[in-house]
Design a protein around this ligand. Structure first.
Ligand code: ZN
Length: 220
């Protein structure tokens, strides 16, 4: 978007004021249809001072946890800046954990993240996912099983690592937000399920095999 640093600071301070007036210390999550979700976020290059960035990250963490979700990108709170937070408590079902490769993922911050297929790994895996900015639905999205993630963390330290399984899915979903893409852009649309239907029919299935058959969509 290329906003002046003063505009980025202005939005950040409005968000911090909103959080300060909220009993939960959180802010609202922008829903699909808002243009900020379709804009390319500006790279973070020091527009916010360290204290403001840390306060903003804390608001994003609380907002993600309250939702609850496993990731939140700054555009989802109306700030077109390339910052995202991730955290996944995992799943209580050991079979789902195994099939979806979904371990507990500790809280982390990604600044200016990028991902690519990790060398020699272009395998796609299909699972249901949802988005805090597209409330009420989930859909099956083919994602790279393994990616190379490059980013900075909240201290400015370089991240360069290979991520696999569900954490790789979260990295792709959140990084896509920063490029103005939503999971629905990549989803197998015939898999689209309202949350109550997902719960009634498909949520307990570790891999969406019968969903693909009965709803009529392909799997990788
Ligand atoms: Zn999302």
């Amino acid at each position: 978007m290329s906003l002046p640093a003063s505009a980025v600071r202005g939005i950040a301070h409005e968000l911090l004021a909103e959080a300060a007036h909220s009993p939960t210390g959180t802010v609202g999550i922008v829903q699909v249809g808002h243009p900020v979700l379709r804009a390319v976020a500006d790279p973070y290059d020091g527009q916010l001072d360290d204290v403001t960035l840390a306060a903003l990250v804390a608001v994003m963490q609380r907002t993600m946890r309250l939702a609850p979700g496993v990731g939140l990108a700054a555009p989802q709170i109306g700030l077109p800046l390339a910052v995202a937070v991730l955290e996944d408590p995992g799943t209580a079902d050991p079979e789902i954990e195994r099939v979806r490769e979904r371990p507990v993922l500790g809280f982390r911050v990604l600044v200016n993240p990028r991902y690519e297929a990790a060398g020699g790994h272009d395998e796609l895996v299909d699972f249901y996912e949802g988005c805090l900015s597209v409330v009420g639905y989930q859909a099956v999205v083919p994602r790279l099983r393994t990616v190379r993630l490059t980013a900075l963390d909240e201290t400015g330290a370089q991240i360069d690592e290979v991520v696999t399984g569900w954490p790789a899915r979260i990295v792709q979903h959140e990084t896509d937000h920063l490029g103005g893409a939503l999971y629905i852009d990549r989803a197998r649309l015939r898999s689209l399920a309202a949350s109550d239907q997902l719960g009634a029919h498909w949520a307990s299935e570790p891999r969406p095999v019968s969903a693909s058959r009965e709803l009529g969509f392909d799997l990788a």
